[in-house]
Design a protein around this ligand. Sequence first.
Ligand code: CP
Length: 326
Amino acid sequence: MHSTNSAYKRFDKINGNFKGKDIVSLDQFSQKDIKILFDEVPKMREIALNARPSKIIEGKIVVLLFYEPSSRTFGSFSTAVKQIGGQTVEILNPQDFSSIVKGETFEDTIRVFEAYSDAIILRHPQVGSASKAAQIAKLVPVINAGDGVGEHPTQTLLDLYTIYEKFGRLDNLTVLFAGDMLNGRTVHSLIKGLALYPKNTLYLLSLPSLKLSRKEYSNFLNLGIKLVELESVNDIPKNADVWYWTRIQKERFKSIKDYEKTSNKFVVNQEFLDTYASKNTILMHPLPRVGEITPKVDDDPRAVYLKSQIRNGTYVRMALLTKVLE
Ligand code: CP
Protein backbone atom coordinates (compact mmCIF):
# COMPACT_ATOMS: atom_id res chain seq x y z
CA MET A 1 0.00 0.00 0.00
CA HIS A 2 1.31 3.43 -0.90
CA SER A 3 1.80 5.90 1.93
CA THR A 4 3.75 9.12 2.40
CA ASN A 5 3.67 9.00 6.16
CA SER A 6 3.98 6.08 8.53
CA ALA A 7 1.22 7.57 10.71
CA TYR A 8 -1.29 6.71 7.97
CA LYS A 9 0.28 3.55 6.57
CA ARG A 10 -2.16 0.92 7.67
CA PHE A 11 -5.35 2.15 6.11
CA ASP A 12 -7.33 0.54 3.35
CA LYS A 13 -7.61 2.28 0.03
CA ILE A 14 -11.17 3.30 -0.73
CA ASN A 15 -10.98 1.54 -4.09
CA GLY A 16 -14.49 2.52 -5.12
CA ASN A 17 -16.12 1.30 -1.90
CA PHE A 18 -16.50 3.63 1.08
CA LYS A 19 -18.80 1.41 3.14
CA GLY A 20 -17.54 0.98 6.70
CA LYS A 21 -14.08 2.36 5.87
CA ASP A 22 -12.06 4.56 8.19
CA ILE A 23 -11.26 7.90 6.55
CA VAL A 24 -7.85 8.83 7.89
CA SER A 25 -5.70 10.20 5.06
CA LEU A 26 -5.78 11.38 1.45
CA ASP A 27 -3.43 8.45 0.81
CA GLN A 28 -6.55 6.26 0.72
CA PHE A 29 -8.13 8.09 -2.24
CA SER A 30 -7.91 7.84 -6.01
CA GLN A 31 -9.41 10.10 -8.69
CA LYS A 32 -12.19 7.55 -9.09
CA ASP A 33 -13.09 7.64 -5.38
CA ILE A 34 -13.28 11.43 -5.41
CA LYS A 35 -15.53 11.34 -8.47
CA ILE A 36 -17.87 8.85 -6.74
CA LEU A 37 -18.17 11.26 -3.84
CA PHE A 38 -18.56 14.39 -5.97
CA ASP A 39 -21.35 12.74 -7.97
CA GLU A 40 -23.38 12.63 -4.72
CA VAL A 41 -22.86 16.28 -3.82
CA PRO A 42 -25.61 17.94 -5.96
CA LYS A 43 -28.17 15.60 -4.37
CA MET A 44 -26.89 16.53 -0.92
CA ARG A 45 -27.06 20.23 -1.73
CA GLU A 46 -30.66 19.76 -2.85
CA ILE A 47 -31.54 18.04 0.44
CA ALA A 48 -29.86 20.76 2.49
CA LEU A 49 -31.11 23.80 0.59
CA ASN A 50 -34.69 22.68 0.07
CA ALA A 51 -35.19 21.23 3.53
CA ARG A 52 -36.17 17.98 1.86
CA PRO A 53 -36.70 15.24 4.42
CA SER A 54 -33.99 12.65 4.17
CA LYS A 55 -33.68 9.34 5.97
CA ILE A 56 -30.48 8.14 4.34
CA ILE A 57 -28.82 7.22 7.66
CA GLU A 58 -31.97 7.05 9.79
CA GLY A 59 -31.32 5.26 13.06
CA LYS A 60 -27.54 5.83 12.95
CA ILE A 61 -25.69 7.64 15.70
CA VAL A 62 -22.48 9.49 14.98
CA VAL A 63 -20.14 10.57 17.78
CA LEU A 64 -18.30 13.86 17.30
CA LEU A 65 -15.29 13.62 19.63
CA PHE A 66 -13.36 16.90 19.43
CA TYR A 67 -10.27 17.37 21.62
CA GLU A 68 -9.42 20.64 19.81
CA PRO A 69 -11.56 23.72 19.08
CA SER A 70 -13.54 23.80 15.83
CA SER A 71 -16.31 25.83 14.24
CA ARG A 72 -16.53 24.59 10.66
CA THR A 73 -15.60 20.92 10.90
CA PHE A 74 -17.70 20.38 14.02
CA GLY A 75 -20.62 22.51 12.82
CA SER A 76 -20.75 21.07 9.32
CA PHE A 77 -20.42 17.43 10.44
CA SER A 78 -23.14 17.98 13.04
CA THR A 79 -25.36 19.57 10.40
CA ALA A 80 -24.51 16.92 7.81
CA VAL A 81 -25.49 14.00 10.06
CA LYS A 82 -28.87 15.62 10.80
CA GLN A 83 -29.51 16.59 7.17
CA ILE A 84 -29.34 12.94 6.17
CA GLY A 85 -31.48 11.67 9.02
CA GLY A 86 -28.95 10.56 11.63
CA GLN A 87 -28.31 11.75 15.16
CA THR A 88 -25.19 12.96 16.92
CA VAL A 89 -23.55 12.57 20.29
CA GLU A 90 -21.32 15.63 20.65
CA ILE A 91 -18.34 15.49 22.99
CA LEU A 92 -16.41 18.75 22.98
CA ASN A 93 -13.20 19.07 24.99
CA PRO A 94 -13.36 15.54 26.43
CA GLN A 95 -10.10 16.29 28.24
CA ASP A 96 -12.15 18.68 30.43
CA PHE A 97 -15.63 17.16 30.42
CA SER A 98 -15.34 13.38 30.05
CA SER A 99 -13.88 10.70 32.32
CA ILE A 100 -10.47 11.52 30.86
CA VAL A 101 -10.42 14.03 33.74
CA LYS A 102 -10.50 11.01 36.08
CA GLY A 103 -7.63 9.36 34.24
CA GLU A 104 -9.38 7.36 31.51
CA THR A 105 -7.04 6.59 28.61
CA PHE A 106 -7.49 7.54 24.95
CA GLU A 107 -7.84 3.85 24.12
CA ASP A 108 -10.67 3.29 26.61
CA THR A 109 -12.38 6.52 25.55
CA ILE A 110 -12.48 5.33 21.93
CA ARG A 111 -13.79 1.89 22.99
CA VAL A 112 -16.57 3.50 25.04
CA PHE A 113 -17.80 5.74 22.23
CA GLU A 114 -17.46 2.91 19.72
CA ALA A 115 -20.01 1.02 21.84
CA TYR A 116 -22.54 3.86 21.58
CA SER A 117 -22.25 4.72 17.90
CA ASP A 118 -22.15 3.82 14.22
CA ALA A 119 -19.18 6.13 13.49
CA ILE A 120 -16.69 8.32 15.35
CA ILE A 121 -15.50 11.65 13.99
CA LEU A 122 -12.29 12.57 15.80
CA ARG A 123 -10.32 15.80 16.09
CA HIS A 124 -7.17 15.51 18.21
CA PRO A 125 -3.88 17.42 18.62
CA GLN A 126 -1.62 14.40 18.00
CA VAL A 127 -0.52 13.35 14.52
CA GLY A 128 -1.63 9.76 14.00
CA SER A 129 -4.44 9.91 16.59
CA ALA A 130 -7.19 9.13 14.06
CA SER A 131 -5.11 6.28 12.76
CA LYS A 132 -4.67 4.95 16.31
CA ALA A 133 -8.39 5.35 17.06
CA ALA A 134 -9.26 3.49 13.87
CA GLN A 135 -7.12 0.56 14.97
CA ILE A 136 -8.82 0.52 18.39
CA ALA A 137 -12.38 0.84 17.06
CA LYS A 138 -12.81 -2.37 15.11
CA LEU A 139 -16.60 -2.16 14.78
CA VAL A 140 -17.24 1.38 13.57
CA PRO A 141 -15.48 3.69 11.09
CA VAL A 142 -13.36 6.56 12.36
CA ILE A 143 -13.20 9.78 10.35
CA ASN A 144 -10.19 12.06 10.83
CA ALA A 145 -11.41 15.61 11.50
CA GLY A 146 -7.84 16.89 11.90
CA ASP A 147 -4.92 15.20 13.69
CA GLY A 148 -2.48 17.81 14.91
CA VAL A 149 -0.19 19.04 12.13
CA GLY A 150 -0.86 15.84 10.19
CA GLU A 151 -3.88 15.75 7.92
CA HIS A 152 -7.44 17.03 7.51
CA PRO A 153 -8.84 14.81 4.75
CA THR A 154 -12.45 16.00 4.78
CA GLN A 155 -11.29 19.62 4.45
CA THR A 156 -9.42 18.56 1.31
CA LEU A 157 -12.49 16.87 -0.13
CA LEU A 158 -14.48 20.08 0.24
CA ASP A 159 -11.56 22.17 -1.04
CA LEU A 160 -11.23 19.97 -4.12
CA TYR A 161 -14.96 20.17 -4.71
CA THR A 162 -14.85 23.97 -4.47
CA ILE A 163 -12.06 24.07 -7.07
CA TYR A 164 -13.86 21.55 -9.30
CA GLU A 165 -17.08 23.56 -9.12
CA LYS A 166 -15.28 26.67 -10.35
CA PHE A 167 -12.96 25.24 -13.02
CA GLY A 168 -14.66 21.98 -14.02
CA ARG A 169 -11.38 20.12 -13.57
CA LEU A 170 -8.77 19.21 -10.97
CA ASP A 171 -5.80 18.83 -13.32
CA ASN A 172 -3.59 21.32 -15.09
CA LEU A 173 -3.99 23.90 -12.31
CA THR A 174 -1.60 26.46 -10.88
CA VAL A 175 -2.17 26.77 -7.15
CA LEU A 176 -0.50 29.20 -4.76
CA PHE A 177 -0.44 28.18 -1.09
CA ALA A 178 0.56 30.83 1.44
CA GLY A 179 1.11 30.92 5.19
CA ASP A 180 2.07 27.94 7.31
CA MET A 181 3.29 25.03 5.20
CA LEU A 182 5.04 23.39 8.15
CA ASN A 183 2.10 23.10 10.54
CA GLY A 184 -0.92 23.41 8.23
CA ARG A 185 -2.72 20.07 8.10
CA THR A 186 -5.13 21.41 5.47
CA VAL A 187 -2.12 22.21 3.28
CA HIS A 188 -0.64 18.72 3.73
CA SER A 189 -3.85 16.96 2.75
CA LEU A 190 -4.60 19.28 -0.16
CA ILE A 191 -1.12 18.78 -1.63
CA LYS A 192 -1.81 15.03 -1.57
CA GLY A 193 -5.24 15.63 -3.12
CA LEU A 194 -3.90 17.74 -5.98
CA ALA A 195 -1.10 15.22 -6.54
CA LEU A 196 -3.74 12.70 -7.63
CA TYR A 197 -4.29 14.71 -10.84
CA PRO A 198 -1.80 15.37 -13.65
CA LYS A 199 -0.04 18.62 -14.52
CA ASN A 200 -0.75 20.57 -11.34
CA THR A 201 1.92 23.03 -10.23
CA LEU A 202 1.91 24.17 -6.62
CA TYR A 203 3.71 27.29 -5.38
CA LEU A 204 4.31 27.40 -1.61
CA LEU A 205 4.84 30.92 -0.21
CA SER A 206 6.06 31.09 3.38
CA LEU A 207 8.76 32.35 5.68
CA PRO A 208 11.78 30.02 5.63
CA SER A 209 10.91 28.79 9.14
CA LEU A 210 7.42 27.74 7.98
CA LYS A 211 8.37 25.73 4.90
CA LEU A 212 7.37 22.08 4.69
CA SER A 213 9.69 19.82 6.66
CA ARG A 214 12.30 18.42 4.30
CA LYS A 215 10.93 14.91 4.87
CA GLU A 216 7.41 15.97 3.94
CA TYR A 217 8.67 17.98 0.96
CA SER A 218 10.45 14.96 -0.44
CA ASN A 219 7.49 12.66 0.30
CA PHE A 220 5.22 15.00 -1.68
CA LEU A 221 7.70 15.23 -4.57
CA ASN A 222 7.66 11.44 -4.69
CA LEU A 223 3.94 11.63 -5.45
CA GLY A 224 4.93 13.28 -8.74
CA ILE A 225 3.60 16.76 -8.01
CA LYS A 226 5.54 19.87 -9.03
CA LEU A 227 6.33 22.05 -5.98
CA VAL A 228 7.99 25.47 -6.10
CA GLU A 229 8.89 27.10 -2.78
CA LEU A 230 8.72 30.91 -2.60
CA GLU A 231 9.75 33.41 0.06
CA SER A 232 8.85 36.68 -1.70
CA VAL A 233 5.54 37.99 -3.03
CA ASN A 234 7.45 39.22 -6.07
CA ASP A 235 7.74 35.60 -7.19
CA ILE A 236 3.99 34.91 -7.10
CA PRO A 237 2.96 33.53 -10.51
CA LYS A 238 0.54 35.87 -12.27
CA ASN A 239 -1.56 33.06 -13.73
CA ALA A 240 -2.56 31.18 -10.56
CA ASP A 241 -6.00 29.58 -10.74
CA VAL A 242 -6.26 29.17 -6.98
CA TRP A 243 -4.84 31.02 -3.99
CA TYR A 244 -5.03 28.94 -0.81
CA TRP A 245 -4.22 31.29 2.07
CA THR A 246 -3.72 29.84 5.55
CA ARG A 247 -3.38 30.97 9.14
CA ILE A 248 -0.08 30.64 10.99
CA GLN A 249 -0.91 27.82 13.42
CA LYS A 250 -0.27 29.63 16.72
CA GLU A 251 -1.18 26.58 18.82
CA ARG A 252 1.74 24.61 17.34
CA PHE A 253 4.44 27.09 18.46
CA LYS A 254 6.58 26.58 21.57
CA SER A 255 6.28 30.26 22.59
CA ILE A 256 4.13 33.27 21.76
CA LYS A 257 7.33 35.15 20.96
CA ASP A 258 8.22 32.65 18.23
CA TYR A 259 4.69 32.91 16.84
CA GLU A 260 4.73 36.71 16.82
CA LYS A 261 7.89 36.70 14.71
CA THR A 262 5.94 34.92 11.96
CA SER A 263 2.40 36.27 11.99
CA ASN A 264 0.81 38.30 9.21
CA LYS A 265 3.78 38.58 6.88
CA PHE A 266 1.60 37.86 3.82
CA VAL A 267 -1.66 39.79 4.13
CA VAL A 268 -4.20 39.83 1.29
CA ASN A 269 -5.90 43.22 1.01
CA GLN A 270 -7.68 44.51 -2.09
CA GLU A 271 -4.54 46.10 -3.53
CA PHE A 272 -2.52 42.93 -2.99
CA LEU A 273 -5.21 40.82 -4.67
CA ASP A 274 -5.48 43.20 -7.61
CA THR A 275 -1.69 43.32 -8.03
CA TYR A 276 -0.78 39.65 -7.80
CA ALA A 277 -3.90 37.62 -8.68
CA SER A 278 -5.59 37.30 -12.07
CA LYS A 279 -9.23 38.11 -12.69
CA ASN A 280 -10.08 34.39 -12.70
CA THR A 281 -8.13 33.41 -9.58
CA ILE A 282 -10.23 32.11 -6.70
CA LEU A 283 -9.15 33.00 -3.17
CA MET A 284 -9.64 30.16 -0.69
CA HIS A 285 -8.91 29.83 3.02
CA PRO A 286 -9.81 26.88 5.27
CA LEU A 287 -10.50 29.42 8.06
CA PRO A 288 -10.37 30.66 10.74
CA ARG A 289 -8.46 33.70 9.48
CA VAL A 290 -6.63 35.89 11.96
CA GLY A 291 -5.69 38.94 9.92
CA GLU A 292 -4.15 37.35 6.82
CA ILE A 293 -7.12 38.36 4.63
CA THR A 294 -8.69 41.76 5.32
CA PRO A 295 -12.52 41.79 5.58
CA LYS A 296 -12.80 44.26 2.66
CA VAL A 297 -11.71 41.46 0.33
CA ASP A 298 -14.77 39.36 1.31
CA ASP A 299 -17.00 41.04 -1.27
CA ASP A 300 -14.57 40.50 -4.14
CA PRO A 301 -16.14 37.89 -6.46
CA ARG A 302 -12.88 35.94 -6.36
CA ALA A 303 -13.16 35.37 -2.59
CA VAL A 304 -14.90 32.03 -1.96
CA TYR A 305 -13.82 31.28 1.63
CA LEU A 306 -17.00 32.56 3.28
CA LYS A 307 -19.22 31.48 0.40
CA SER A 308 -19.03 28.21 -1.53
CA GLN A 309 -16.07 26.83 0.40
CA ILE A 310 -18.00 26.94 3.69
CA ARG A 311 -21.25 25.58 2.28
CA ASN A 312 -19.52 22.80 0.36
CA GLY A 313 -18.21 21.58 3.72
CA THR A 314 -21.69 20.46 4.70
CA TYR A 315 -22.62 18.98 1.32
CA VAL A 316 -19.36 17.05 0.87
CA ARG A 317 -19.51 15.72 4.45
CA MET A 318 -23.13 14.64 3.84
CA ALA A 319 -21.94 12.76 0.75
CA LEU A 320 -19.07 11.13 2.64
CA LEU A 321 -21.28 10.02 5.56
CA THR A 322 -23.84 8.66 3.10
CA LYS A 323 -21.18 6.55 1.41
CA VAL A 324 -19.46 5.36 4.60
CA LEU A 325 -22.69 4.56 6.48
CA GLU A 326 -24.97 3.39 3.66
N1 CP B 1 -11.19 24.55 8.51
C1 CP B 1 -11.35 24.07 9.76
O1 CP B 1 -10.94 22.96 10.09
O2 CP B 1 -11.99 24.92 10.62
P1 CP B 1 -12.35 24.57 12.12
O3 CP B 1 -11.05 24.43 12.88
O4 CP B 1 -13.17 25.72 12.61
O5 CP B 1 -13.09 23.27 12.12
